[in-house]
Write a protein that binds this ligand. Structure first.
Ligand code: GDP
Ligand code: IMO
Ligand code: MG
Length: 423
């Protein structure tokens, strides 16, 4: 068997959580491979809504194994809060969730360092989620990190050494902070972690594959936030791309199967950084209002704009996407006109290739489509799709070179249509 990968193709928040939940019945195992509590994956079903941050989105379909892989960074305090809230609503995870001993721990000082670095950057700040993601991955690559498996081996001295290193940096930066209250919560989180199976998930995943079990790898963030291929430096600190599933789970490249690429029918971004198709007008406000585009975790308003096919085609190439899934087209159900960016005008020269420099001077070149002006949220099959909507889908498939296999028409699990298209 192979590992199928599901990932975001834009700047995150494409609707990954919803689709992982929809696909979970087809899999035995769901595994997160990178990122951490910077993610906010929303799922809605039976009139209930859940937002998951570090926990995989396969936990609600019953009887599935869920894995937090080695590529994830885990904050024990936030993990405890998230898991306890789920437990209170009847979802006990201690039996169905496995955590890699190789996953790195977000220390309390990583969160403080995140805030300190952002504050030092002033107006050029990244606009991080403040969860300590950058500093934790920095320590991982710098070979100074603490891993989940370390909590059983001389943990106190390793912890103290790391904290002392961080405190030296914070002192040099002259940054004021209070470690004590967060430290207590953090250690309670570490104790709580011990209730779970902390194990060699890399070995286990490969055993599962040999036993012909089916595995879905769940990405966090999006391809345009990838540390190598995204809009650097306004990115997150991990590899969000398909290859990240190999390094983040311990799976060889030839063992990757389908790659599901998820995109919104328009585009959003939170935090700073280039966004060529961003709208600052009434249309952008309407997208934000119709799509409830406010951060699932932080509540920050998301920046909104038209779909960017230059960036999307690039993401599809980097990820090797085999199936596309389009989300949230219902947000534009009442739009007269829909636009899609097909090229960038860079100082008078047009390009369809995603460039190294995306500056203020990049101007999107748009194709325009008639809106479908139909409430699609209750549709049950693609046979009901309006003609204008089908024209938009065909154009996207032609431009992107990959079939759109699924269309999501609302936040609920049930508002999902699988298309019966030929490859
Ligand atoms: P993720 O981080 O990729 O899992 O996405 P988020 O959960 O951060 O953001 C997606 C938001 O859109 C959530 O509030 C979802 O409930 C909602 N959503 C998902 N799919 C659809 C859809 O097709 N239509 C609408 N209107 N909302 C959707
Ligand atoms: P999901 O998985 C959208 C953004 C932050 C910031 C940048 C770096 O829900 O799609 P970080 O805290 O990672 O160092 O922040 O990345 N960002 C996200 N944007 N969705 C996410 O996750 C994000 N995770 C991080 O806003 O611009
Ligand atoms: Mg999100």
């Amino acid at each position: 068997m192979k590992v199928d990968v599901l990932l975001g193709l834009q700047w995150g928040d494409e609707g990954k959580g919803k689709v992982v939940d929809v696909l979970t019945p087809h899999y035995d195992i769901v595994a997160r491979f990178q990122g951490g509590p910077n993610a906010g994956h929303t799922l809605e079903f039976d009139g209930k809504k859940y937002v998951l941050r570090s926990i995989p989105s396969g936990i609600f379909q019953g009887g599935k194994t869920n894995i937090i892989g080695n590529g994830v960074v885990l904050d024990p305090a936030l993990f405890k809060a998230e898991s306890e809230a789920l437990s209170a609503s009847g979802h006990d995870l201690t039996k169905c969730l496995l955590i890699s001993k190789k996953a790195h721990l977000i220390l309390p000082t990583h969160r403080i360092l995140d805030a300190a670095y952002e504050s030092a950057k002033g107006s050029s700040k990244i606009g991080t989620t403040g969860k300590g993601i950058g500093p934790t991955y920095t320590d991982k690559v710098g070979r100074n990190g603490l891993r989940v498996g370390d909590i059983f081996h001389d943990f106190d001295s390793k912890y103290k050494a790391a904290i002392s290193r961080h405190e030296t940096i914070l002192k040099q930066m002259n940054y004021q902070y209070d470690l004590e209250p967060v430290e207590k919560e953090w250690f309670e989180g570490v104790e709580y972690l011990k209730k779970f199976q902390l194990t060699d998930t890399d070995l286990l995943i490969n055993e599962y594959l040999n036993e012909n079990k089916t595995i879905l790898a769940e990405g966090a963030q999006g391809t345009m936030l990838d540390v190598d291929f995204g809009s650097y430096p306004f990115v997150t600190s991990s590899n969000t791309i398909c290859a990240g599933a190999c390094t983040g789970l311990g799976v060889a490249p030839q063992k990757i199967g389908e790659v599901y690429g998820i995109f919104k029918a328009y585009c959003t971004r939170v935090g700073s950084g280039p966004f060529p198709t961003e709208l600052f007008d009434e249309t952008g406000d309407r997208m934000r209002k119709n799509g409830v585009e406010f951060g699932s975790v932080t509540g920050r308003p998301r920046r909104c704009g038209w779909i960017d096919l230059v960036a999307l085609r690039y993401a599809i190439m980097i990820d090797g996407v085999t199936q596309l899934i389009m989300m949230k087209s219902d947000v534009m159900d009442d739009f007269d006109t829909i636009k899609a960016c097909v090229a960038y005008d860079m100082d008078g020269t047009e390009t369809e290739n995603f460039p190294f420099e995306i500056t203020e001077t990049v101007k999107p070149v748009y194709a325009e489509f008639a809106g479908w002006k139909t409430d699609m949220t209750k549709m049950q099959s693609e046979d009901e799709f309006p003609e204008e909507f089908n024209a938009y889908l065909s154009f996207l498939e032609e431009t992107l070179g990959v079939t759109i296999k699924m269309v999501s028409l609302g936040p609920d699990r049930a508002q999902t249509i699988v298309r019966y298209t030929e490859d």
